[in-house]
Design a protein around this ligand. Structure first.
Ligand code: 3PG
Length: 214
């Protein structure tokens, strides 16, 4: 599927691959080789979390030097986070929870957002603001497969990206659910592999993840 940045939607972000990697980068020098390694393994939608002081610079580097990748910002918690991410070249945002302030700001900014939810009330708030593609976070800790199955009735129009506690061992179970479009996870971008510059291992992990059936 070709991705046209100007029309990118959160559904495009979810549908591009079975897994969205949740990336934590401490060194800007790692950003470009990591993005290239993931792209080589078939993963283009990259969530760079705003958990380190280097995160925005990493997004800028990927946006500038790896045009095949689509770098988004994770851990968006405030309107300021959303604005800074957009300025750094983020093409989408992911939040660990939901507020209308963040949801409405992202819409006004034109930044596709995957809002995080963990309860029915949060789903209803996000839906009131027009969001039907949501991140379920933290997925395993907050009820996992059973929770997603329970939501299929009242929230049958919502598509989820469960994130938190997902690995190659359980990803297929989540992806088999009709209300799951993709999963998120850090297992394909292990800290030790990034620190060691073991890009071949990350390409291999990405390749395995793209083989997961949906
Ligand atoms: C996170 O918050 O770090 C993400 O949800 C990823 O969780 P994971 O490390 O369990 O994949």
């Amino acid at each position: 599927m070709a991705v046209n940045d100007s029309k990118l939607t959160s559904l495009d972000v979810m549908r591009d691959a079975p897994v969205i990697p949740v990336i934590v980068l401490h060194d800007v020098a790692h950003a470009v080789p990591l993005a290239r390694a993931l792209v080589a393994g078939g993963i283009r939608m990259l969530e760079v979390t705003l958990r380190t002081p280097q995160a925005l610079a990493c997004m800028e580097a990927i946006a500038r030097e790896v045009p095949e990748a689509v770098a988004g910002a994770g851990t968006i918690r405030t309107v300021a986070d959303a604005k800074a991410s957009l300025s750094a070249g983020a093409k989408f945002g992911v939040s660990p929870g939901y507020t209308s302030a963040v949801g409405n700001a992202c819409r006004e900014l034109g930044l596709p957002l995957l809002p995080g939810v963990a309860t029915g009330s949060e789903i209803m708030m996000a839906q009131e603001d027009g969001y039907t593609e949501l991140k379920f976070f933290p997925a395993v800790q907050a009820g996992g497969l059973a929770m997603l199955k329970a939501w299929q009735g009242p929230f049958g129009d919502v598509r989820f990206c469960p994130t938190g506690g997902i690995s190659l061992a359980n990803a297929a179970d989540f992806l088999a659910l009709s209300n799951v479009a993709c999963v998120g996870g850090s297992w394909i971008v292990p800290t030790d592999a990034i620190q060691a510059g073991d890009w071949a291992r990350i390409t291999q992990l990405a390749r395995e993840a793209t083989q997961l059936a949906r």
